[in-house]
Design a protein around this ligand. Sequence first.
Ligand SMILES: Cc1ncc(COP(=O)(O)O)c(C=O)c1O
Length: 410
Amino acid sequence: MTSITDMKINQLIKEYGSPLFIASADSIKSNLEAFKLAFSNKYPKIIVAYSYKVNYLPEVLKVIHNQSAWAEVASGFEYQIARRLDVPGESIVFNGPHKTNQELRKAIDEGALINVDHFDELEQLEEIASTLGKTVDIGIRLNMEVGIDQLPDRFGFNLEYGEASQIVKRCSERGLLNIRGLHVHLTSYIVEKQSEDNIPAKGIKLIWPKDHGAYQAASEKMVLFANEIKEKYGLKIEYIDMGGGFPKVDSLSPYVDAIVDPIVDGFKEADLPTLILEPGRAIVADAADLVMTVVAVKKLPNGQRAVVADAGINLLPTSFWKFQDIECLSMSNSDLEETIVYGPLCLQTDIIAKAELPKLKAGDKLLAKNVGAYNIPQSSTFIYPQPAVLMIDGTDVKVIKKREGIKDIF
Ligand SMILES: Cc1ncc(COP(=O)(O)O)c(C=O)c1O
């Protein structure tokens, strides 16, 4: 992530305490630029709408919107954050399974692009359109088989079982809603082994990145569907929104081809739809690290080396899916041994990494690398208050989220 030295990190810890998130504005900017370029070099009409849920600290969002990205929001709450940052409604993609009437009315008034998730939302929008006495523009989220063992997809209308076709038929017959776009977001979670007791985290594995073949399958199916509904109902699809889930920008190229080629092949040049992309992780994952301090060294009953650090799954909840990459600050890499890194919580499951680490002692500093995606918005105040988040921007260091304390509880 950052190019700051270990010495500087030690200084920052003295000043702002441990643990401490450190984000890099330069990494966000360069990731976003490279992401946009990878697609715009290959396709004439692209919109990048950053996925707010992944990290919506306002200072992070400011960096992103200064690079002229749109906002992809998944709730009315995230919508409000975007508006508060002066993102115009027309530059917001409004997704998600729970949108209130009031939120939908506002989004319609402000020209946001609304992707409908389910039938009840469709009915809600039909009622609003009737009340307004005008046709309301929408996109519809689709789900489909793309050749990976994904969890049953609860978002959107299914393509293979004809649900999506029925929705298009209904909209076309009623004339209240005008379908302008098709949306999909391929899940990053696959089922490793069917869970019998339905505990969500059981038997499910985070696959990131997914194979680009899944994107190709999705793109081909969306194009086919767009052509089918054009023929049947004369409906012109103006945008195809491929969601997020993209890998790090340096390995994006096969994904660009997988998405763009079917679109270019399947539409006449004059009818090419706008391609919307909603990256999250690809923009911010490697743009923040978490510095933490070893508080205890342990030998487990099975002889395994372990340490307890002052940050655990309370701050790095993505550890449930994937262990963190851990580095030591200012240490020689001698006497390496597999070490379990526990967090400070009174929970056996508070494990954030298993890594080859040198012999550590209390007070040593560890760095959980590339933790900028999904961790900060999902962090909790479980047992400990949340730490400060700093942002390095050129030579500037600023606090973009204050360390919490006891007063924040009261
Ligand atoms: C609709 C939608 N778009 C975009 C994203 C961002 O995905 P990623 O961070 O994997 O790029 C998500 C994440 O869950 C999502 O649900």
